[in-house]
Ligand binder design. Structure first.
Ligand code: NAD
Length: 338
């Protein structure tokens, strides 16, 4: 059993912790919080994860709140084979020194720059690049969503160039401080957005340019993808490839799944923990090829699509499984992913 520490038990961290706990070849040896909260209390009392504190000066606050702590983040890191850093974006760099000192491997999230680790990760596109590595970065939710579908489609289509417009959720569903609440905000208001170059960190050589905007929703992101292709393939060929690819789900508006609201209702009906939809739903009706250009629309459950990728990244970096497909199947099975 490999010892996994989760530094930062927020939106992504708590999901990664549960996903790791569901595997039979790795275990959660600790999670961390900086201050007491309902999440810290749940981690200890309900989930049974040892809780370490990111800010030792806050020890008294945890005591006052009646939350048992196991030590400091430093103690946790020293006891781990690998740390999954799920602290807020841009915090990761300041943790790097601690990981290096402890001689522990670390996985970062999409809020960090590619240059921090010099390598980025997607289970399908470049699992082998992180094999045995000390540091990697699981690309962001949007980049993971784009790569999940573009990578298998590229194999049959030979994509010339991609243009994509991403309609992004304004905030996560628990985030009551962010907006917009009544506006459409180009974000960033320049082209390209960082998402296209980010896809190129895991799909080397792809020509992709992206634009993004924020809208007042918390549920999911939505992507509109246009790809000029070299090969003469049919819509059915594309449907076939996406149907066969795990972590991708073809859905039909005609069957009642015509919006992000309905997709998350579906996740609830599936009994998914926290209403998570790890798969990238692609609207089957939207897939079309017009004058050598492939079009499709998809959605991304931003809080969960990157979670199985973190589990696979652990297997790759700790050399637990050389074959990406074997790791993907194992992760999927343990998490109930289609
Ligand atoms: P979050 O704010 O929900 O959670 C971060 C957690 O880290 C919190 O529990 C916070 O208490 C803790 N924390 C803060 N400072 C810390 C410190 N110094 N040491 C230890 N813990 C600390 O953030 P999140 O949304 O889970 O994002 C984490 C990372 O995942 C970011 O890089 C983000 O860009 C990326 N990501 C987020 C999403 C998303 O939709 N939320 C999707 C994909 C990737």
């Amino acid at each position: 059993m490999k010892a996994v520490a989760i530094n930062g038990y927020g939106t992504i961290g708590k999901r990664v912790a549960d996903a790791v706990a569901a595997q039979d070849d790795m275990e959660v040896i600790g999670v961390s919080k900086t201050r007491p909260s309902f999440e810290a209390k749940t981690a200890v009392d309900i989930k049974g994860y040892p809780l370490y504190i990111g800010k030792p000066e806050n020890e008294g606050l945890f005591k006052e709140a009646g939350i048992e702590i196991a030590g400091t983040v430093q103690d946790m890191v020293e006891a781990a084979d690998i740390v999954v850093d799920c602290t807020p974006g841009k915090f990761g760099a300041s943790n790097m020194e601690m990981y290096k000192k402890a001689g522990v491997k670390a996985i970062y999230q999409g809020g960090e720059a590619h240059d921090l680790t010099g390598r980025s990760f997607n289970s399908f596109a470049n699992y082998e690049e992180s094999y045995g590595a000390d540091y990697t970065r699981v690309v962001s939710c949007n980049t993971t969503g784009l790569t999940r579908t573009l990578y298998p489609l590229n194999k049959i289509c030979d994509i010339k160039k991609v243009r994509a417009v991403m309609v992004r959720r304004g905030a996560d569903s628990n985030d009551d401080k962010k907006g917009p609440i009544n506006a459409i905000v180009p974000n960033p208001p320049k082209v390209p957005s960082h998402h296209g170059p980010d896809v190129a960190t895991v799909m080397k050589g792809i020509d992709i340019t992206t634009m993004a905007l924020l809208v007042p929703t918390t549920l999911m992101h939505q992507h509109n993808i246009m790809a000029e292709i070299n090969n003469d393939v049919s819509v059915d060929d594309c449907i076939d490839v996406l149907e066969k690819r795990s972590r991708v789900m073809l859905v039909e508006a005609e069957e009642g799944l015509g919006s992000t609201a309905k997709l998350l209702e579906y996740a609830k009906d599936l009994g998914r923990s926290r209403t998570d939809l790890y798969e990238i739903p692609v609207w089957k009706e939207s897939i079309n090829i017009v004058d050598g250009e492939l079009f499709y629309m998809q959605a991304v459950h931003q809080e969960s699509d990157v979670v199985p990728e973190n589990v696979d990244a652990i297997r790759s970096m700790l050399e637990m499984e050389k074959d990406n497909e074997k790791s993907i199947v194992k992760t999927n099975k343990a998490m109930g992913i289609f």
